[in-house]
Design a protein around this ligand. Sequence first.
Ligand code: ZN
Length: 182
Amino acid sequence: MADKVVGSGMFEVKGDEEIWGLNRRWVLFSNALLINMMDRMESILGPVAKRQIYEVGYSSGKMGGQRMREIFKGGIEQFRQHVNLSTTLGWGKIQKVEYDEGSGKIILEYLNTWESGGYHEIHGDTKIKNATCLFSAGIAGGAAEGAFEIPYEATEEACVSKGDSVCRFVLTPMGEKRQVIK
Ligand SMILES: [Zn+2]
């Protein structure tokens, strides 16, 4: 069996066919494959597809955050560890994590999310009107709920796909209220 280290040593390839890390099996996709899938879903379903993609990310982020509570015991430091893990997984380099204790608001900035990279790969320099990084937004919101045990809403206020210099996610405690993603 040929075992190879992937990423920061957390992952290994077992039998040249399965990637394992953190006691789970993982898969690798190209940016383009997932962006093509998202484009296709949106062309069939319209804007509702975006909300669903966001919710997929949210569920995964929340699950990951709940698992991390055993190790990191919640709070902003856990959230930082969680998003740092996303960088290790290739989801993009993080430039900023800001937390306001009074309001619970978190600002998270990525220089190069995989979604903005995938959008550029497929659509070139064409700028889009609305932000593209729905999985990343959902995962960040879910990670915040996992860390703080209250529901969060994540909005992407700046996006590289729109021509901004960063993808900026603003995460706010929101109760049950959910915004519509356009
Ligand atoms: Zn973006």
